[in-house]
Design a protein around this ligand. Sequence first.
Ligand code: FAD
Length: 382
Amino acid sequence: MKHYDYIFAGAGLASLMTAYKMAMSGKFAGHSILLIDPDAKKDNDRTWCFWQKGMGNWDGIVHREWGTALFANEQWRADLNFGGYSYKMVRGIDFYDLVLKELQQHPNIEFVDQKVIDFKDPGIQVSVATGTENYTCDFLFNSIYDPELPASQNKYPVLRQHFIGWHVKTEKPVFDPECPTFMDFSIPQTGNTRFMYVLPFSEKEAIVEYTLFSKDLLPAEEYERAIEDYLNNLGASGYSVIAEEKGSIPMTSYPFWKNNSKKILNIGSAGGWTKASTGYTFRNADKLSGRLVEFMLLQEPDMRQFHKTSRFWLYDLLLLDILAKKNHEGAGIFSSMFKKAKAAPVFKFLDEETSFAEDLKVIWQCPKGLFLKALLGRIFKV
Ligand SMILES: Cc1cc2nc3c(=O)[nH]c(=O)nc-3n(C[C@H](O)[C@H](O)[C@H](O)COP(=O)(O)OP(=O)(O)OC[C@H]3O[C@@H](n4cnc5c(N)ncnc54)[C@H](O)[C@@H]3O)c2cc1C
């Protein structure tokens, strides 16, 4: 049975970022690393966006960057003042190409295209079974998301950010290439939190996504019809769809980290790295993968010590408690956050980088009754 110092079960965003940073640090050259994933990452399977102030680790592969975005609901529309933030977009394929090209230069890093079917931490070494082979390792990083884990409890609601996006080319100029649409809640809410999201590349080309924050997925036709309606309302009478992407990203405060053991760390969405209130994961993965590389350099790291719970976990939980019971409230809550069109304090808050006083300023803008009720509900379990 082959032994490795580190095994990554799944080699998507979180694993590749971590392995890349390990390789670039130069501090793991004497350690054997195996990444196991049946997907060779040859497709542009997702488009990652995130906001950031100033320069970042992935600027070399940022495909587009915007300095403002539209927020809209039925009553008002505003170009958000980003206050120094940029909204950056990275294409999945550019990230995979960059990282895989680098990792291939490191003889201590291997890949196998196998499917992990089991892993265990009996205390001394972790065992990993794939359909065809068994391995052991000192530390396992697991990013294979198991939806059964959050679904098997009812203490923490489980919503999803689910969407279908069409990359379209229109005959007429209907997009503003300088201004993406961050959230457009002016579309029918039908009892849910539903919005349009647009990433424009030119006046005639954009990715247009119909997105929900809710528990249940819709039939594909419903997302598609909503995109068609939106494009028609924009006046794009003729268009072609050149690519499609879809996603169902977990939104939950379920404590994934409780499944970590001394030698197994769950990472990525499987480790709770997805921001529960928004579904955004890229920035958290960037921050946490960097911290993880430092953490592994400690003497005898214990993976149960990696996670740190903060007050932001509670804020997310309260929002999800509200949306789980009153899914139609999402438009109002996000509108109140962005009412003054100042995005910077909200971005900082969602990035969990605000002081307590700054938290209160953002929270104060939100419907207080709803959050107070959710808080009392948690305290008294009403
Ligand atoms: C279409 C789409 C768009 C998104 N856009 C954004 C965005 O704009 N901004 C943002 O912040 N987040 C976004 N996200 C959310 C999040 O960033 C991604 O889902 C991200 O890829 C999560 O990283 P991960 O490492 O947890 O999972 P993944 O990147 O999905 O990696 C998990 C890996 O595990 C592999 N795997 C699964 N089962 C097995 C098995 N049994 N054995 C071995 N390997 C296995 C998979 O092939 C995959 O490569 C988006 C997600 C999707 C799907």
